[in-house]
Design a protein around this ligand. Structure first.
Ligand code: SF4
Length: 354
């Protein structure tokens, strides 16, 4: 059976109409691929349109400020993608004359572009014969070929890449890659693949050996780290106090309230006894006005339990003045903040008078 030919036919009959499939422009393909890493198509499509409208060319994206790009990205998570997007746009616009490298090796050198994205751009835009292996493609190959090595292990990734390279035709690699991805997304799905009507069922190892539920194999994920965040929503003179997060940690470059982090859950009186609280409010008389319910926020490798403590101040001190900006509530919609803080701001109906 010519697997690639069968997939191409299936693709012609089943593919979804998606805007990034209507173009071969590297900028648009790259944008869509970065957005779709870790994001479902349904959610990603709105962001794709938003970015294309605000930044129609790589030059528009390069000339925008990082703050603005992070704000446009807000809600999608994994903000490293947005920072790399901006960095790469600047590199391409200012150092490459606005042109993307036209081959896999050159693309791979750009920030935030790994083997998957480089092969997607190289094959979709330039017709280079390089196989794309994402989660969808990996699942299809593991089932089709009976690969029992965990797909999220380095060994498994290598095996899948080899299988994918053997399947890709030199004629129209773009359609083949698109078809593999779409086949995994719509036909050979994680939970309920539609095997009885699958055009590959006669040669599918998993279907023939009753292993569809067993493949692909995944190595257990490491346990999520649990973190407790206490955000201090300080109201002073009609303003709120925020700063830009600069740690090498999650949410770098996003705005946040003063934060006290703990390894365990703290009662409010315990929070008031921490060194961080004492330093933050040295010489002041903070009035706690409200304590929010617990907000849970789950990331790939960590789970954050957060509370927001609303505090009113009559005056500030040197520490607050040096480390935080006074922000009028009306400015809040222009600042990029983590989704966790955005949820709180919406719950509290900000902007409102401080
Ligand atoms: S037969 Fe089932 S498991 Fe095999 S490729 Fe088709 S949909 Fe996937």
């Amino acid at each position: 059976m010519n697997i690639s030919g069968v997939l191409a036919l299936w693709y012609a009959n089943h593919k979804r109409a998606l805007p990034w499939r209507e173009t071969k422009e590297p900028y648009k393909i790259w944008l869509s691929e970065i957005i779709l890493q870790q994001t479902r198509v349904n959610q990603g499509i709105d962001y794709y349109y938003r970015f294309i409208e605000r930044y129609p060319t790589v030059g528009d994206l390069a000339r925008a400020s990082l703050d603005e790009v992070l704000k446009s990205w807000q809600g999608l998570g994994y903000y490293t993608r947005a920072r790399n997007l901006h960095k790469t746009a600047r590199h391409i616009y200012y150092e490459q004359g606005g042109k993307f490298p036209g081959h896999y090796e050159g693309l791979l050198k750009l920030p935030g572009i790994g083997p998957y994205t480089a092969s997607a751009i190289a094959s979709f835009c330039f017709g280079q014969v390089v196989a794309v292996v994402d989660g969808n493609v990996g699942r299809v190959l593991a089932r089709l070929k009976g690969i029992a090595t965990p797909v999220n292990s380095n060994k498994g990734k290598k095996e899948l890449q080899q299988e994918a390279c053997q399947l890709i035709p030199s004629h129209d690699p773009a359609t083949h890659n698109q078809a593999m991805i779409e086949f995994g997304a719509l036909q050979c799905t994680p939970g309920q693949p539609d095997c009885p009507v699958c055009p590959l069922k006669d040669i599918c190892h998993a279907w023939q050996h009753d292993q569809v539920d067993l493949l692909p194999v995944k190595a257990p994920k490491r346990k999520k780290r649990l973190r407790y965040f206490y955000y201090i929503d300080i109201h002073f003179n009609g303003s709120l106090l925020l700063h830009k997060r600069s740690e090498r940690d999650i949410w770098n470059s996003l705005y946040q309230f003063p934060l006290i982090e703990s390894q365990r859950e703290l009662a409010i009186h315990e929070l008031g006894n921490t060194r961080e609280w004492q330093d933050l409010f040295a010489g002041l008389n903070p009035q706690i006005q409200a304590v929010s319910p617990l907000y849970s926020h789950v990331l790939t490798h960590q789970k954050i339990q957060a509370r927001f403590i609303r505090v009113h101040l009559q005056q500030t001190n040197a520490q607050l003045e040096q480390s935080y900006r006074q922000i009028s509530p009306k400015q809040l919609p222009n600042l990029a903040v983590p989704r966790l803080i955005d949820k709180y701001l919406k719950q509290e109906k900000y902007p409102k008078n401080g």
